[in-house]
Every structure is written in structure tokens, then in C-alpha cells.
Design a binder for this molecule. Sequence first.
Ligand code: HAM
Length: 419
Amino acid sequence: MANYQPQRGTYDAFYGDALNIEKITKVLKDIASSYAYYPIHTPIYESTELFTRSAGESSDIVTKEMFDFLDKGGRHISLRPEVTAGVMRAIVTNKLYATKDLPLKLQYFGPAFRYDRPQAGRYRQFNQFGVEQVGVTNAYEDAETIIMGYDCLKKLGFPHIILKINSIGDLESRANYKEALKEYFKDKIDNMCADCKHRFETNPLRILDCKVPSDQELVKDAPKMGNYLNEASQTRFDEVLSILDKAGVEYEVDPTLVRGLDYYSHVVFEFHFISNEGTNLGALGGGGHYDNLLKEVGGPKLSSVGFAFGIERLNSLLKEISPDTYEVEKLDAYLVTLGEVKEKAFEIATQLRRNNIDVDMGFASKSMKAQIKIALRKNAKYIVIIGEDEVKNDLYQLKNLETQEQVSLNVEQIINKLK
Ligand code: HAM
């Protein structure tokens, strides 16, 4: 007998989990729509080069986590490790940048794939909800994006949020800072992990993100980005922080926050949450400002800002915070049939459904008691009892399962009552 198991790092969601993932996504989509973000759908696989160029050769995503393969035509393809690069590619392909209404504001939801070591909050296939604003010119646009992310988490029910924020400055500031880091690490790097040795050559900024405890000790005394921001970068960062202050958004400036993708410049941020039980799944979401990504994939140079949430992390933590929201939605009514009445009952079910009443019924012959048990398991508020006499008189028993109150009504009256 075959015994198929889900692939490592993947999961099945059903009942409460699946419902909650849909509810979470709906809240996020509605908030983004209220900020005038339009949906965009892009393919889940693209050329591997799109991701290596955008995420950067030094990112973990490219060095270790790419889910890549050769297709039958010999093309090097990757399942998307994130959505931003594909959105940029789509903007170029479809010339969406050729509009008088910049910034473009786009929102997306869908799966992303990282060939990572599975652990709590870390899957190989997971879902991201994200937004991108393309063609931004002002600190307000950066701040608005962060405020929206913060408000999304509040609206979902997170009682408090740790918003970590930093500026990695413009190209000039970053070049100076990378020099300073190389100077600081040059006589330490031989004793650091293999990843850091690689990062030292490709992008020393990424050393700050190392999770190896002995390397983290060395990072503590490393030069701080804040001291290398040129005046324009510092002013820009101060403006963003001042807008967040006025909006009542609390944040922690974290000088070691550099993010795992190479395309950022200026402000970067991450949303974290640690539950009362101490569960910390890593960032719930993160993002930042980026200046060169659209150009890098063949479009004009337009500055952008965006972020993405990891839906599974939001779901696991919300489950811990408020387990009671994990109830299966109530059905308005379950139709209980007795005798040869299936045809009429099905007609009634269709009529109720076309009037936006949520109903269900079964087609196997079962006793009344068994059908009521099903109705209760399905969380039905009412049952409609349809027997041969009822059909003859065109009057049906509508019973409230909570109060046990029962009335005799025709279909139109049932519709009016249940609406
Ligand atoms: P990211 O920080 O790589 O950013 O991912 C965003 C979020 O996706 C993370 O904060 C986390 O919640 C979730 N996530 C990442 N990896 C996994 C995983 N293996 N399992 C479960 N959840 C995961 C980006 O992807 C950028 N594209 C965000 C962005 C948009 N920046 C600008 N615009």
C-alpha cells in the first residue's frame, strides 16, 4: 500500500487553520485596499537569474535556499523565494511604470519557497502577503508603508508589536560603512564561520545578521551604520522616524538590522512579536526601501518601498493569543429530510442558497436523530425539517437548535426569517 507523506517543510491546512488563514488574508487585503493598493498576481516560478540578481549573491536565499531546477527545455528555473522580484519583473514586462499616477501601489498574496531547514515558523513552502509602492519620492511614502504594516498587526489582534527599524543609507553611506566593517573584521574573519568568510568578500553588511553565537559576540563591537550615514541619508531617516512618532507608532532603532536581501537602501524594518508563553517565531514580516531593483531587472530607476508578512507565523501566534477565534463558522441551517422528499428538499436548499443563506443537507437516508447530530457538528443555527406531510402542505418545521423553539413556515417565510 502506498503511503504518501507531505514533502519536508510543507503542511496541510484544514478546518480552523485554513479558515483562519483565509480570515487573516482578508483582513490584510482589505486594509491594503483601503490604502489604494491594487492586487497583482505573478507566476510562482521565474528564471533563477531574476532571483540571484535581485536578492543578491551573498543572501542566504541565493546561497542555500533556492528551490531551483532545469525544466524540460534546459532553462534554469526557481520557485520564487519571495514575491518582490517577480512583481518588479511584471512591472517591466507590462510597462506598468508608464503611468502618470506614480507611485504604483500593488498588493499580493501567495506561496513562496525556500529550501531551508524546517523548524518552528520556518517552512519550505509558506505564504506571503505583501505590498510594494513603486516610484516613491518622499519619506511619507516609506512611513505610510510602515504604519500600514503596524496597523495590520493591531487589527489582527496582536496586543503589542516590536517594530525594529534601521537605515542602511544610500550607496555612498553603505560603501563607507562596508569599508569600516572590512577594516574591523579583517583580523577576526579567520576565526569566524564559513558563511561570514563568504560575506566578508561579497557583502560584509550581511555579517551583522550572523546567527552563530561566537560571531554575534564579535558583531557587538563592530562599527555602527548610524555613524556612517551621510547627511542626506540621516535626514531621510529622521523624517521617517518623525512621521512614525506623530502617528503614535512605537519602534526600536536597531543598528544591526540589515535584512536578508541585498536590494535595500535607506529605511529597513521588521515586525516581531513574543507571546506571553515566550514563543518567538522570528520576524512576522519585514521590508524596506529599495532604489535599484526595478532598474536591475530592466526598468527605469524608480525608488520603491514595501514589506511582506509570513502568513503561517501570523496564524500560529494568533492561535496562541486567541484560540477561541478558531471556531468553525456557523451554518444558517441544516435540512433534515424524512421519507421520499429529496427532490423537494434539494429545491429548497438551492432556493435558500440563492438567497445567500448558508445551508447544507445530506443525500444518504439517515434517521432524524443522526441528521440532527450532523447539524450540531456542523454548527447549524437552525434545522428545517422536511417530511412527506410538510411537502404536501408546503409548510416546513424551522427549529432553532439553541432555544429549541419550533415554527411552521413556508419557504418564503423561512427565507425572510433566516436572512
Ligand atoms: P523576508 O523578510 O525575506 O522579506 O520575508 C518576509 C516574511 O516572510 C518574514 O518576515 C517571515 O514572516 C516570512 N518568511 C520568510 N521565510 C519563511 C519561511 N521559511 N517560513 C515561513 N515564513 C517565512 C521578503 O520576502 C521581502 N520580499 C519583503 C519586501 C517586500 N521587501 C520589500 N518589499
